[in-house]
Ligand binder design. Sequence first.
Ligand code: SAM
Length: 178
Amino acid sequence: MHDEPEVAVLRLGHRPGRDGRMTSHVGLTARALGADRVILGDNATGSAETIRDITDRFGGPFDVEVTSELKRVLRDWEGAVAHLTMYGLPVQDVQAEIRESHREEPLLVVVGAEKVSFDVYERADWNVGVTNQPHSEVAGLAVFLDRLFDGRELDREWEDAESVVVPQATGKKVESPE
Ligand code: SAM
């Protein structure tokens, strides 16, 4: 978020057709819950387009990057790496250390789709489990970001939005700022 070291989300292992909606939701969740950027494989251009459209309509800043070299991004990342996996250390046990690191340097959060290769586990500074039960990269990412930002992301301000939702107890209200 503003004035803090960058948080980028790397989506590994997109399977076209099967993972399209999931990859879009990884990006939308990254955006909504305080990350600065999502990095997708170049076979996920449809998801990239969806996330960019939402950012154009509902505001940013948020960047969507597409690359043919996801593993290179991971290898060359200048900062810390947290890999979300059901096999990792419980998020509640490592969140303090990760927050402290993020005060000083950028954080890359890695989520998978299919089986993640072992070199990713070795490259990560933390392999983090959001429970040690199998579930979803979208759910894992949401809980992880909320723990990282300690809820501050819920009050984030958005810039350059075409549409702004006005919260209602009942019903839907959307305004277009002047
Ligand atoms: N079976 C795959 C494996 O062994 O690596 C993982 C498939 S899972 C549907 C897809 C992604 O969801 C994982 O790569 C991981 O990033 C995330 N995920 C699933 N369960 C998780 C958990 N309990 N904690 C953190 N991340 C999780």
